[in-house]
Design a protein around this ligand. Structure first.
Ligand SMILES: [Cu+2]
Length: 453
């Protein structure tokens, strides 16, 4: 009886458990080190050292996920477009590996079991860069030569061709739909937002659990006139707390949406009302601030516009005179994301599910980029220049032309495009691993279809 409650005995038990956990971990990795660090390699071990490899890319870890017991040199090849590493959960890690480079983890005296590996760059594990490696007696590694096998060139040709021919593909759900206000007695425009997790088809057949405002990604577009009084009711049906930050929008401090600094956290099941006056023009966004690395990337983002950005009518810029009577025939939002369950996408969709824009030869259109992701995206439109006339909702005194606009996280660019030539013109991020993979074209690609009149 006394034994039951004896704290000393409990401590001993706890210590034994801790020792067993540590010992079993070390049995799995007697020595884990990386190449540059050197290691007490088990020279002369029966069978020698086996080479295996895994590929790191946005955002997955693939390759030899079953390796034999004993000594294994595990090469981590970064075949993606940005830096990654290979980290063993609770164990060693490679240094950060640049795109196109490799590093080796020397695994020694491996015993049967499993261990988890992931990329420790913030956001990458959540985006899919995690895998379980199984250590099994006598497992045969496919390549055995750092995994360099002759690619199936014909299959690669076909995959790319097929993926492009699938454009445009129908998927369920459309983001950025305008949200209509209720006009209150004093003229206030009242909007209602519900934050909830719903099924969202990012690309044909790939349905994810998206974190949404009103069930769509991006959330509904809110457009206001200068001087409007605004009241936005947020219903939180997420499993955790949230808040809403009005990015690039002038608000009183207590409406800035940064819990717990400027407001209490809106807990699961609670509501919160944001109220302010739209007293300055904005090309803004609204998104969660609380755990933004998860909530935003998973879909809690949308457009918030106040007034219009002045187009430089009549100005001559780079030798091109912008007609003073030009009519903008289409306003195209390009909301970019690259992480979470949504992944590389334009307006919540991955190619071939992205929306093509059909216009007529000679048309002028306005496009606005909004980067809600974690990476930069140099947005390139084939054939036509893009006249940047506003940055982050600030009209530029000296608009300028570019055909590739590097949009960093949080940035917005407003551009004017003159579609002078007929044809299907591709429009895409120019970090090529954001748009192409072995399975073909995907991600941040769409097109302007310019019809001959
Ligand atoms: Cu990109």
């Amino acid at each position: 009886m006394a034994e039951k409650d004896d704290p000393f005995i409990s401590v001993i038990r706890l210590s034994i458990v801790a020792v067993i956990v540590v010992l079993s971990f070390w049995a799995l990795f007697a020595i884990v080190n990386n190449e540059s660090g050197g290691s007490a390699a088990a020279d002369g071990a029966a069978g020698g050292t086996v080479s295996a490899s895994v590929k790191l890319t946005e955002f997955s870890i693939t390759g030899d996920l079953t390796i034999p017991t004993g000594d294994v040199d595990l090469t981590a090849m970064n075949v993606g477009g940005v830096d990654h590493d290979l980290t063993i959960r609770g164990g060693a890690a490679t240094p950060l590996i640049s795109a196109g480079q490799s590093d080796v983890l020397q695994l020694r005296n491996l015993q049967p079991g499993t261990f988890e590996v992931f990329c420790s760059v913030p956001g990458h594990e959540a985006a899919g860069m995690a895998a379980t490696i199984t250590v099994a007696e006598g497992a045969v590694v496919a390549g055995g030569d750092a995994g360099v096998a002759e690619p199936d060139w014909e299959a690669l040709d076909k995959a790319m061709t097929d993926s492009i021919m699938a454009f445009p593909a129908d998927t369920a759900g459309l983001g950025n739909e305008p949200l209509e206000p209720t006009i209150l007695a004093d003229g206030t425009k009242e909007f209602e937002l519900t934050a909830e997790i719903v099924d969202w088809e990012v690309e044909p057949g790939r349905v994810v659990q998206a974190w949404t405002y009103n069930g769509i990604v991006p959330g509904p577009a809110i457009k206001l006139d200068l001087g409007d009084k605004v009241r936005i009711i947020l219903h939180n049906k997420l499993p955790m707390g949230t808040d809403v930050h009005w990015h690039g929008v002038d608000t009183p401090n207590n409406m800035d949406g940064v819990a717990p600094l400027t407001q209490p956290l809106i807990k699961s099941g609670e509501d919160f009302i944001y109220e302010f006056v739209a007293d300055a023009p904005a090309v803004g966004m609204y998104h969660a601030h609380h755990h933004g690395q998860m909530q935003v990337t998973n879909g809690l983002f949308a457009i918030f516009q106040i007034g219009e950005m002045p187009i430089p009518y009549g100005q001559t810029i780079g030798g091109v005179t912008i007609p003073s009577n030009l009519k903008v025939v289409d306003e195209i939002p390009m909301v970019l994301n690259d992480a979470g369950v949504i992944g590389y996408s334009i307006n919540g969709k991955s190619f071939p599910a992205t929306q093509p824009y059909v216009i007529n030869k000679g048309d002028w259109i306005v496009a606005t980029y909004y980067n809600e992701g974690l990476q930069i995206h140099p947005m390139h439109l084939h054939q036509f220049g893009q006249l940047i006339f506003a940055k982050d909702g600030f009209p530029l005194d000296n608009p300028y032309w570019a055909d590739t606009i590097n949009v960093a996280p949080g940035e917005r660019y407003s551009v004017l495009i003159h579609a002078e030539d007929a044809g299907a013109w591709v429009w895409h991020c120019h970090i090529l691993t954001h748009v192409e993979r072995e399975e073909g074209m995907f991600g941040m690609v769409t097109a302007i279809i310019v019809q001959d009149n």
